[in-house]
Ligand binder design. Sequence first.
Ligand code: FAD
Length: 200
Amino acid sequence: MARERADLVVVGAGTIGGWASVFAREAGLRDVVVLEREQAGSGASGRAAGMVRAQGGMPDTVRLGSWSIGFYRGQRDRYDTDSGFMQRGYVILATTARGERAARDRIAMQRAVGLDARWVDVDEIRRLIPAMAADGYRGGSYVATDGWVDPPRNVRAYSLAMQRAGVSLREGVGFVGIRTRAGLRGHREVTAVETTAGTI
Ligand SMILES: Cc1cc2nc3c(=O)[nH]c(=O)nc-3n(C[C@H](O)[C@H](O)[C@H](O)COP(=O)(O)OP(=O)(O)OC[C@H]3O[C@@H](n4cnc5c(N)ncnc54)[C@H](O)[C@@H]3O)c2cc1C
């Protein structure tokens, strides 16, 4: 029997592997296989809190968060499904003078990367979130375009997108290891992926 082949084998049908497999198909890879030893979403992706923030601590995480927000906002048009992104803004509280200094430094860095982050005082936080207490914090950093997704809905969204993109999802199949051989310039080339259901 001819051995099965694939252009890409992804391990794990969480949000990373799930969406990556869809992007790989969009980028032109033909045979994309996702191995999932349990079920899609049975790892952290199905039970996360779902916060989506561009308020990262480094320029790259600010850019990545901003990209993610654009991605979630565009899902309905692009995939005819969505992860339930709610763009309601996000406050990170500062409870100490040191925390406030760190928040203000972070805001300066984020603004330099183009993110509309700003310091909000206690009164403004209470206007934004009426249930907040009036004490115990000094203020916080705020970005109006941050928000959250609904993790189970995100699992549904990438599962649908995978199916529509023609990704082959193998639930109940575990990754065991890879076989390699000597390649160019001292690198190793992957020649096979061993799974609990055979070799690809
Ligand atoms: C309680 C909680 C709250 C969180 N809140 C947030 C939040 O608010 N915002 C945020 O951005 N992030 C949050 N996270 C983090 C976020 O959930 C993870 O970063 C993200 O889900 C990781 O996705 P993943 O696809 O890499 O991993 P996972 O979703 O864990 O997927 C990995 C998959 O790989 C499979 N697998 C593992 N080994 C094998 C193998 N050998 N063969 C085949 N399959 C295998 C697993 O079964 C699993 O389905 C939270 C996490 C937790 C636990």
